[in-house]
Design a protein around this ligand. Sequence first.
Ligand code: GSH
Length: 220
Amino acid sequence: MITVHHLENSRSHRVLWLLEELSVPYQIKRYQREDTLLAPESLKKIHPLGKSPVITDGNRVIAESGAILEYLQQKYDIEHLFAMTDEDEQIQARYWLHYAEGSLMPLLVMKLVFGQLGKRPVPWLLRPAGAALSKGIQKAWLNKQLKLHGGVIEQHLSQHRYFAGSRFSIADVQMSFPLLALQMRGSLKEMPATARWLEAMEQRAAWQRAIEQGGVISFS
Ligand SMILES: N[C@@H](CCC(=O)N[C@@H](CS)C(=O)NCC(=O)O)C(=O)O
């Protein structure tokens, strides 16, 4: 039986969602974030990085959401529901699968970190400098990068129903988390095709079952 070591409000939703899409039985072990928002130390007993998601399947411990999604598809998509038959769609799916964590999430994490530079636990004397530095970097670089990336995603989804193209794939599952984060930042107001895609994903029965199992995702 697969165990999903599920941290509340986390990328772990991707894993629950795919398991629900595949109708694979699983159990959930739940972890609450610390006050610092970090995962509890107990998650390090499962995998030394102590990040979520991580699953155990028999003796196997598998971490890193993209790797977990690929593993689940390879091993449990017996009916080939999400296999890509078209080579171009396969290439697209692979691109977005890697892009989500390799390119987009680092920008969103930077946004989160820069947003903290003017606040506790930065010593109060340094907070004005921290806030000014953060504002400067965001204005000069980070916000432009996020706009550029948002434009590329929006362009893609205005031409394709799914990230792979015409078929739902694990790339949609992987891209859902950063796009939820962008939605919660208000960025999807300028990305109507992306907003429509996210709405369609949220309407999938498997998405809703994953939310019932893992809880609502909120970034506030
Ligand atoms: N690239 C990793 C990122 C894992 C990650 O940073 N997960 C966050 C939750 S969304 C986490 O565990 N945060 C708590 C912590 O860093 O202690 C993946 O996609 O699995």
